[in-house]
Design a protein around this ligand. Structure first.
Ligand code: PEP
Ligand code: MG
Length: 290
């Protein structure tokens, strides 16, 4: 069985009906990359940059971030690399950066909200990303976007950072700018967002739609990725992407679990991003679909 799954690794994922499904990997920690063959996937669908921020050494400077982003792009060898801006807060607290004492951190100052509240920190990351953008196909993704204005404000800030770098004589470019769809308000209002691509964050979307915490064992049965309201939102976002020619993928754990893949493909998704260890199993499941 493992051999049969592994045999899918070397080929692009196609459904039984011959439809191409982009299969990216999630990178939580780039240390795992040497063990992954980049040719086994279509690129990186999510990089959780929290790994850079959670170490002992305090906040990472522009140079250290640039080094990490360039290493990822070098590994990917021309395949697209999606790097998510800092998603601190909620289940990912960063001491000294995320607020203490919030009564409900999942509904608080987390993700892009925190980055916009801390332009001193955010601008360093945007500078590093703008410099990495000249190295290959970089896609920058924003977490926890709720309103179109947040995306617009970020795009404006990003453009300003690019002009500043160029004025300093440092090569830089504006990458594609996309967003996570993990807040129900954003999923319901998807057409209002000026994003270059979308990636559904089912880990958070499921918890916000069902009002059942992603880390709360006592309500585990309510935290159901197959809840009709969740599938309806995924379907609507996929349809919006199809009609407007923008990529919609899904990078939450739901995509890494083969038992949910048929529902995602039924909902219209044709791109997923999975944990590297789940890639072979996911590609095998896709091959059996339809
Ligand atoms: C998600 O919410 O599904 C997601 C991919 O992001 P994270 O798990 O890092 O919140
Ligand atoms: Mg999330």
């Amino acid at each position: 069985e493992a051999r049969r799954q592994a045999s899918h690794l070397g080929k692009p994922a196609l459904t039984a009906a011959g439809e191409r499904v982009l299969t990216y990997i999630n990178v939580d920690d780039p240390h795992i990359l040497p063990a992954v063959d980049p040719a086994s996937c279509d690129g990186v669908g999510l990089t959780r940059t929290e790994f850079l921020f959670s170490g002992e050494g305090g906040l990472p400077g522009e140079g250290r971030q640039l080094g990490a982003y360039k290493a990822l792009m070098r590994w990917a060898g021309g395949r697209p690399v999606t790097i998510r801006t800092l998603d601190a807060g909620g289940d990912k607290p960063i001491p000294g950066l995320t607020p203490d004492g919030e009564s409900n951190p999942f509904l608080g100052l987390r993700g892009l909200r925190l980055s916009l509240a801390r332009p001193d920190v955010f601008r360093v990351q945007l500078r590093a990303l703008a410099r990495a953008a000249i190295e290959g196909e970089l896609k920058v993704m924003l977490p926890m976007v709720t309103r179109p204005q947040e995306l617009d404000a970020t795009r404006a800030m990003f453009r300003q950072v690019v002009s500043e770098l160029l004025a300093e004589g440092i090569p830089a470019a504006m990458p594609k700018l996309g967003m996570m769809v993990e807040v129900p308000a954003a999923a319901l209002n998807i057409a209002a967002f000026d994003a270059d691509f979308f990636s559904i964050g089912s880990n958070d979307l499921v918890q916000y739609v069902t009002a059942a915490g992603r880390d709360c064992e006592a309500v585990r049965d309510l935290y159901d990725p197959l809840e009709p309201g969740v599938l309806e939102l995924i379907h609507r976002v996929a349809e919006h992407g199809r009609l407007t020619g923008r990529e919609v993928s899904l990078c939450g754990d739901m995509a890494s679990d083969p038992k949910y893949l048929p529902a995602l493909l039924d909902a219209g998704l044709r791109a997923v991003s999975v944990a590297p260890a789940r890639l072979a199993r996911a590609k095998a499941e896709i091959a059996g679909y339809g």
